[in-house]
Design a binder for this molecule. Sequence first.
Ligand code: NAD
Length: 245
Amino acid sequence: MLKGKVAIVTGGTRGIGLEIVRVFKENGAEVVLLGSRAETVDKAVSQLAQEGIKVEGYYPDLSNFEQVKEVADIVAKKYGKIDILVNNAGISASKSIDDTSSEEFCKIIDLNLNAVFNMTKAVTPFMKEKRSGVILNTSSMVSIYGQPSGVGYPSSKFAVNGFTKSLARELAPFNIRVNAVAPGITNTDMVANLPKEIIAPLIKTIPLGRIGEPRDVANAFLFLASDMASYITGDILSVDGCARS
Ligand code: NAD
């Protein structure tokens, strides 16, 4: 489904992002994964190599446009183009507003929103040049309904939806599609770090009766990245087992 395509995946070292890397590679794409540190990038690249999947990785500071642009330039020069960008890196928090410092709030916005802007701005010139491209953002179920505490995380994801819908309109004349995937609770480290008292009652509210697996979410990215979704842009695709309350 992605034969001959070149993709960059942020937050590609574990969880949903790592699974997106696997699915994209299985479907014929060249993939460059980005992570936050040399060690985690090296670990993911060698883990994939053991599975017979060859990728390269970088670790720019996503909040620094110059660093991000440098990586986009390297990738475009090496592969001749950038077809797909997946803005997937993200952090969450579930503390009450009283317990959240403004630094903690800004840290979430910096990665979950500002980094999306930086990465997108760095790749769109290459996509415009080819008059073709796909930008995909990882949003969240909480971007629709909010969550009881940890206001920074849903705020960032509501903003990601706005970014997605607006940029889709701006870039449509260049044949660049912009969509987001809104996962529900998915079986990754992000969820493993949440207390059981929060997770257990949430699972009871999921009509499909289970949390999502990274592959469930990665498959939605594959569909949206592929030409199967050639007439879909500006959309937020829920992958949450209908857990929408
Ligand atoms: P995870 O914690 O397993 O992985 C997060 C990824 O982001 C890692 O690859 C990590 O390297 C990267 N990252 C973290 N901090 C970074 C930084 N400062 N700079 C660069 N990269 C950084 O989480 P996940 O569950 O795989 O989450 C991936 C995305 O899915 C996030 O955007 C998250 O908000 C979203 N999401 C997750 C769930 C869930 O239940 N797991 C639900 C909805 C949305």
